[in-house]
Design a protein around this ligand. Sequence first.
Ligand SMILES: C[S@@+](CC[C@H](N)C(=O)[O-])C[C@H]1O[C@@H](n2cnc3c(N)ncnc32)[C@H](O)[C@@H]1O
Length: 304
Amino acid sequence: MCGTLASFSQWPYTGLATPTDAGHSTHPSIDPAQRVVKPLIRWAGSKRSIVQRLARYWPSDAERYVEPFAGSACLFFELNPPHAVLADLNDELIKTYRAVRSDPDLVIACLRRLPKGRQGYYSVRQQSPRMLSDCEVAARFLYLNRNCFNGLYRTNRSGEFNVPYGPPKKTVKDFEQRIVDTSLALRTAEILEADFEDTLYSVQCGDFVYLDPPYAVSSRRVFAEYLPNSFGVADLARLCSALDAIDRVGAKFVLNYADSGDARRFFRKWNPTRIWTRRNIAGFAGARRGTYELIATNFEPAQS
Ligand SMILES: C[S@@+](CC[C@H](N)C(=O)[O-])C[C@H]1O[C@@H](n2cnc3c(N)ncnc32)[C@H](O)[C@@H]1O
């Protein structure tokens, strides 16, 4: 049976306003040839190390790609799907994607104006994004992301970014070109600042949903700090209802989650498979060595 999640009265929709999206780029210098671009952003919890494995789940007949916990959206960029919804609760991240999509040249111009080095970093970090235009917010976000310790995103209780200076040893060549390429890749995406439940509310039959939530594991220390109180163990129950609703509506999903007692209990119904992965979690030396991850899904991927 096909429908949208909204047709199920038991769907736990919170009644929040439907998230809105901004305009699309008309950038004249973008090469129209679609090609895979590397994620623009360094992100704790990025699934770059297992992206090829996840890509096998992409059904070639999927009508739309939906990613409610987008972060650096590495699977989206790998697949380059024809239609997509990318959403995240992080408003600066979402503003950045929208500004890059609609005006990459202006984002690049704002980025060029930012001061270099340690002192420059702390002066940019001190700026309030509330006082900046959308392209300036995007430039500041990209600048801090490239120059902060391990690409972490962490704020204090007042919502101020507080990650120390720590640029990577290797700088990205052609970062400005990557901004332009990202703008092109995002052209076909709806980009939403939203809680995952609100994003999933519009899922339809034929959609493919990739879920990579933060790890809310109570039994051991894993990186879970994206935004204060954004996702905790209590949210796993909301997530489970969402998976049931996605399945009922006739859409396909793949979820990955840290292997833990909580996860095995919550996702038991979806035959979780355990895989070994090198997890990209900044600042947690133990976690960098590797860890088990669960992949849960409501369908069998085609054999490759
Ligand atoms: C593990 S990361 C996703 C990483 C992504 N797959 C990648 O490759 O970079 C989880 C993301 O969920 C976002 N997030 C946290 N709580 C959320 C919520 N309640 N609804 C939507 N997004 C949320 C965080 O901001 C973070 O970007």
